[in-house]
Design a protein around this ligand. Structure first.
Ligand code: CA
Length: 410
């Protein structure tokens, strides 16, 4: 539902919010931050290049209670913040320069589940292994996912160590540093109120349980993954680190950028009734531009800009976020406030949209060539990947997600 908070004419007294910022007054994402010299994390809203500290301290140092509260309080806070930040409002704000603050993972994440709804990714990866039959037969019937690891989720800007693990080399198992480290460009979905165990969330009610969105980089050790994944799926090839952008972009902020779920190609099966809802098909998709950029030691040393490695869009999701929620809870599994979903890698259909190096380099056989003279098949020590997202629509102010950065160190 569109309201005055989406009005493109609305401007903020925080001047930096009125230019080309990811965080204009129409966005208003919440996050957890520590200002310089601060100790306990505080709740704040991003506005331009600043953070407005909220008056109420988060009760347990996290935003879980806010996620649990659901749509009505979230909408009320948005309206209040929009009014307070509008030009002409008289407020004595506690404003902090964002560049001086440290951002945190905004909630205590009880469970993290990674889906696989990017059909172009699933097809491209499938082709590497099964050229004639890239998609497995269940793909178009069931939103595929696996249970990820919550403890190793880190906020943007946090370095992580190259994983070591067991992999097959020259036919035999070895243990050592991963040599095929990859990234995956994904949307993250924050779960709101959730459900009691044994009481599935019907698809028509699923939207009420989605409290926000972020960017998510599902770092992947392809060599460890390839050796371990059969028959139970990803394990140590994924669980060493997952990076997220720290700001929770609300469903309300994204209202102008909702689109119909992409139509299923002719001949695709209709989903089962519990995954079918006319409203969700009509407005369950998102038009959000998604990009990944690579920064290498060579580019940095030569003063060269980051190299864009993926240009995609959230519209390339085969299943909607509501279908993910309905499916995840359909067996009676309880979802809790602060649970996090990953969408799965969202690749576009063409080469420039391939949102992992596995796809972009065809399994490492076709290296990327960078302006620095470097080549990349997979990530090397010192490489940093930056994910960005922007939602744009004629007649509305563009909003962004902020960055999701992560750098691998040896
Ligand atoms: Ca993934």
């Amino acid at each position: 539902m569109l309201d005055a908070t989406h009005d493109p004419a609305r401007r903020s007294w925080v001047e930096s919010a009125n230019g080309h910022s990811d965080f204009p007054i129409q966005n208003l994402p919440l996050g957890l931050f520590t200002p310089p010299g601060g100790h306990a994390p505080r709740a704040g809203v991003a506005i331009g290049d600043a953070i407005l500290e909220l008056e109420d301290a988060p009760p347990d140092g996290t935003l879980n209670a806010w996620l649990a509260a659901g749509e009505a309080p979230r909408r009320a806070l948005r309206e209040r913040l929009s009014a307070e930040l509008t030009i002409g409002a008289s407020t004595r704000a506690r404003l902090h320069p964002a560049a001086d603050c440290r951002m945190h993972v905004p909630a205590r994440i009880g469970d993290y589940t990674d889906f696989y709804v990017g059909i172009h990714h699933a097809t491209a990866v499938g082709k590497l292994f099964r050229p004639d039959n890239p998609l497995l037969p269940n793909y178009k019937h069931v939103p595929i996912g696996y249970h990820g690891r919550a403890s190793s989720i880190i906020p943007s800007g946090t370095d992580f160590r190259r994983p070591r693990g067991q992999m097959a080399r020259n036919g035999g198992p070895v243990f050592g540093p991963c040599e095929k480290l990859d990234y995956e460009l994904e949307l993250g979905i924050w779960i709101g109120p959730g459900n009691e165990q044994g009481a599935p969330i019907p698809l028509a009610e699923a939207a009420r349980h989605i409290a926000g969105f972020c960017l998510l980089n599902d770092w992947s050790a392809r060599d460890i993954q390839a050796w371990e994944y059969q028959p139970l799926g990803p394990f140590l090839g994924k669980s060493f680190a997952t990076s997220i952008s720290p700001w929770i972009i609300t469903p309300e902020a994204l209202v102008p950028f909702r689109i119909a779920a992409p139509p299923r190609p002719e001949g695709d099966p209709a989903p089962l009734p519990y995954l079918t809802d006319a409203t969700d098909q009509a407005e369950g998709g998102f038009d959000i531009a998604l990009e990944a950029w690579l920064v290498t030691p060579g580019l940095t040393a030569q003063g060269l800009p980051p190299h864009r490695i993926a240009d995609s869009n959230a519209r390339h999701m085969y299943w909607t976020v509501a279908q993910m929620v309905a499916h995840h809870s359909s067996n009676g599994c309880n979802l809790n406030p602060g649970d996090l979903f990953g969408s799965g890698t969202i690749s576009g259909p063409e080469r420039d949209g391939y949102a992992s190096l596995l796809e972009a380099t065809q399994g490492g056989t076709q290296p990327l060539r960078l302006a620095s003279g470097e080549e990349r098949r997979f990530l090397e020590d010192g490489d940093e990947v930056i994910l960005r997202a922007q939602a744009r629509r004629e007649g509305f102010v563009t909003i962004g997600f902020g960055e999701c950065r992560g750098r691998v160190i040896g």
